[in-house]
Design a protein around this ligand. Structure first.
Ligand SMILES: Cc1cc2nc3c(=O)[nH]c(=O)nc-3n(C[C@H](O)[C@H](O)[C@H](O)COP(=O)(O)OP(=O)(O)OC[C@H]3O[C@@H](n4cnc5c(N)ncnc54)[C@H](O)[C@@H]3O)c2cc1C
Length: 468
C-alpha cells in the first residue's frame, strides 16, 4: 500500500520532474518567489523592529517592558508611553499588538503556580507548549488545543483561539477566573461572582482592557487519543462531515482546492498503547501542492488529474499518545490567513462557495481550506457566544498576495452570518461588529471604565471600536 508520505514524496519528485522537463514557462513559474521586502531592524531613532509571525505587521516600540511580577508591571504601566500593547508570541495576523509606544511581554511571568482541585492557576505568559507538560505532570490536560502550541495563554484567550470539536469550547471557555492589571496600575481579580462584567469582557479582550497576569483554568484528565489522518474525495467529506462532528471528540478537515480531495483528521480518546506518529508530512504536502500549482496552474483539469493520481491512493495514518502531544502540530511554512466563524447551518454551503470562487478566480491558491467546529460559550466578544460555530479558514503562502481574502472570500463569510477570528485578517469595524455582538457596547463601557484615557488603544483598536 502507498502511504501518504510516499505519495507526497512521489508527487514532489514527479511534479518537479515535469517542471524541469517542461516548457520554459513552466520552469519559470516553478522558480521560488523572492522574499518580501524586510523593514529595517532598527529605525532612525534607534528603536528595534517588532514583527508578527507572518511578517505583515511591523512596529518600532519606543519602550519594552518584561516584568517579573504584578508589582513591577503595575509600576511600569503607570509610567509607560501610550499606546500600551501586550504581546504574546506575535502569532496574530491583525495589528492588535503593534505599537509605537510600549510593548509589554509576559514571557518572564510563566508557569503553573497552584492548584484548586482540577483548576490550575497559570501565569498568563505561559506558552501553550509549556503548559501541556506542566499540567500532564499532575495528570491533567486542557480540554482542547489549537493547530499550534506556540501561543501564550493570554494571547490565545485575547483572540478567542480555538481548536476543533463540536462538544469542545474555545480555550477561554475553560477560564474560571483571572487577574488583570489596568493601564492605571490597578489590580483586579474577577470571576463569575467578583466583578462578573469585567470577567465576561476580559476572557476575550483583544488585549484592550489591561494586562492579564494570571488565569484560573479548569482542566480535565490527561487522556490518550488516537489521531487518524486520511485523504478522500471532497464530495464524500462534505456528505459525512456532520456525522463526524457528532461522533468524534475532535474532527476537522482540509478541503484541497483544484484536487477534488479533502484531508480528514479525527482524535478520539483511547487506552491503547502509545503509537508514535510518522514524521510530519505537512511540509511535503504543501510543497507538492505548490509544485502542482506552479506546473499545472494553467489547467484546472490537468492539475486535478495529477493530484488525484499522485495523492488519491494514499493510505490512512494513525498515532496514539497523550492529547497535548498530538492535538497541536508544527507549521513551519509561513502564511497569511482569514478565518470566520459561521452558524453551523451555513458553514458547508459557505465552504462550497469559497471553493468554487477560488477554483474559478484564483489558480495561484494552493493552501488547503481548514474547516472546524467549536462549542458555544458566554464571553462577550467570543465569536462562539450564543451558539456553536463552524469555522472556515483560507490561507495564502506568505510570498503570495492575499487581497482576495477581502474581495472574494470575506463577502461569502459575511453573507453566511459569520463573525471574524480576532487574530486573523478581516475588514470589519465598529458598527458592523456592534450588529454581530449583543454585548459590544457593554464591552466598550467596561473598556472606558478600566482605561478612561485610552492608553491601551493603538490605531487598529481605535478603528475597531469606533461606532461612528
Ligand atoms: C501558525 C498559526 C497557527 C494558528 N492556529 C490557530 C488555531 O488553530 N486556532 C485559532 O483560533 N487561532 C490560531 N492562530 C491564531 C493565534 O492563535 C491567535 O492569533 C493568538 O492570539 C496568538 O497568540 P499570541 O500569544 O501569539 O498572541 P499575540 O498575537 O502576541 O497577541 C494577541 C492578542 O493578545 C493580547 N495579549 C497578549 N498577551 C496579553 C496579556 N498578558 N494580557 C492581555 N492581552 C494580551 C495582545 O495585546 C493581542 O491583542 C494561529 C496563528 C498562527 C500564526
Amino acid at each position: 500500500m502507498l502511504t501518504r508520505r510516499k505519495a507526497l514524496a512521489i508527487t514532489g519528485a514527479a511534479v518537479g520532474g515535469v517542471a524541469i522537463a517542461g516548457t520554459g514557462a513552466a520552469v519559470l513559474a516553478n522558480r521560488d518567489k523572492p522574499e518580501p521586502p524586510s523593514p529595517a531592524a532598527v529605525d532612525g531613532q534607534g528603536r528595534m523592529l517588532w514583527r508578527n509571525w507572518s511578517g505583515i505587521q511591523n512596529a518600532y516600540p519606543a519602550a519594552r517592558l518584561a516584568p517579573k511580577d504584578e508589582g513591577e508591571l503595575a509600576a511600569g504601566l503607570k509610567a509607560a508611553a501610550a499606546p500600551i500593547r501586550a504581546v504574546g508570541a506575535g502569532h496574530s495576523f491583525t495589528a492588535l499588538a503593534a505599537t509605537s509606544g510600549t510593548l509589554v511581554s509576559l514571557d518572564a511571568m510563566a508557569g503553573v503556580t497552584g492548584w484548586d482541585g482540577d483548576v490550575a492557576t497559570v501565569r498568563a505568559g505561559t506558552r501553550l507548549g509549556a503548559l501541556g507538560p506542566a499540567l500532564a505532570a499532575k495528570g491533567h490536560a486542557m480540554a482542547n488545543l489549537p493547530d499550534i502550541n506556540k501561543q501564550s495563554l493570554a494571547g490565545a484567550m485575547a483572540t478567542a483561539t480555538h481548536g476543533t470539536g463540536q462538544g469542545l469550547k474555545a480555550l477561554h471557555g475553560d477560564v474560571v477566573g483571572l487577574t488583570l492589571v489596568t493601564a492605571e496600575g490597578e489590580t483586579i481579580e474577577c470571576d463569575a461572582v467578583r466583578r462578573p462584567e469585567v470577567f465576561q469582557a476580559a476572557k476575550v479582550s483583544l488585549g484592550a482592557l489591561g494586562i492579564v497576569t494570571q488565569v484560573r483554568l479548569a482542566t480535565g484528565a490527561n487522556r490518550r487519543v488516537r489521531r487518524r489522518v486520511w485523504l478522500e474525495p471532497f464530495e464524500e467529506t462534505l456528505g459525512k462531515a456532520e456525522e463526524r462532528w457528532r461522533t468524534h471528540r475532535n474532527y476537522e478537515f482540509y478541503a484541497v482546492p483544484f484536487t477534488g480531495l479533502a484531508a480528514n483528521i479525527t482524535h478520539d480518546e483511547t487506552d491503547d498503547p502509545v503509537q508514535a506518529p510518522p514524521p510530519s508530512q505537512d511540509d511535503a504536502f504543501l510543497d507538492a501542492l505548490k509544485m502542482l500549482r506552479n506546473t499545472f496552474g494553467w489547467s484546472h483539469g490537468l492539475r486535478k488529474t495529477a493530484a488525484g493520481v499522485l495523492l488519491g491512493g494514499a493510505e490512512e495514518e494513525t498515532a496514539v499518545d497523550e492529547g497535548w502531544k498530538l492535538l497541536s502540530t508544527e507549521r513551519p511554512v509561513r502564511f497569511n490567513e482569514i478565518e470566520y466563524h459561521l452558524p453551523p447551518e451555513t458553514q458547508l454551503e459557505a465552504l462550497k462557495a469559497v471553493m468554487a470562487v477560488i477554483e474559478k478566480e484564483r489558480p495561484d491558491v494552493f493552501f488547503p481550506i481548514e474547516v472546524r467546529r467549536t462549542a458555544a460559550d458566554e464571553a462577550w466578544l467570543s465569536p462562539f457566544q450564543g451558539g456553536a460555530r463552524g469555522s472556515v479558514a483560507v490561507h495564502a503562502w506568505y510570498k503570495d498576495e492575499y487581497a482576495f481574502f477581502f474581495d472574494l472570500i470575506e463577502p461569502i463569510f459575511q453573507r453566511a452570518g459569520g463573525r471574524p477570528h480576532w487574530g486573523k485578517l478581516h475588514s470589519l469595524k465598529g458598527q458592523r461588529l456592534n450588529g454581530l455582538y449583543p454585548n459590544w457596547k457593554d464591552f466598550l463601557e467596561v473598556r472606558r471604565t478600566l482605561d478612561p484615557k485610552g492608553r491601551m488603544l493603538n490605531p487598529y483598536l481605535t478603528g475597531l471600536f469606533d461606532l461612528t
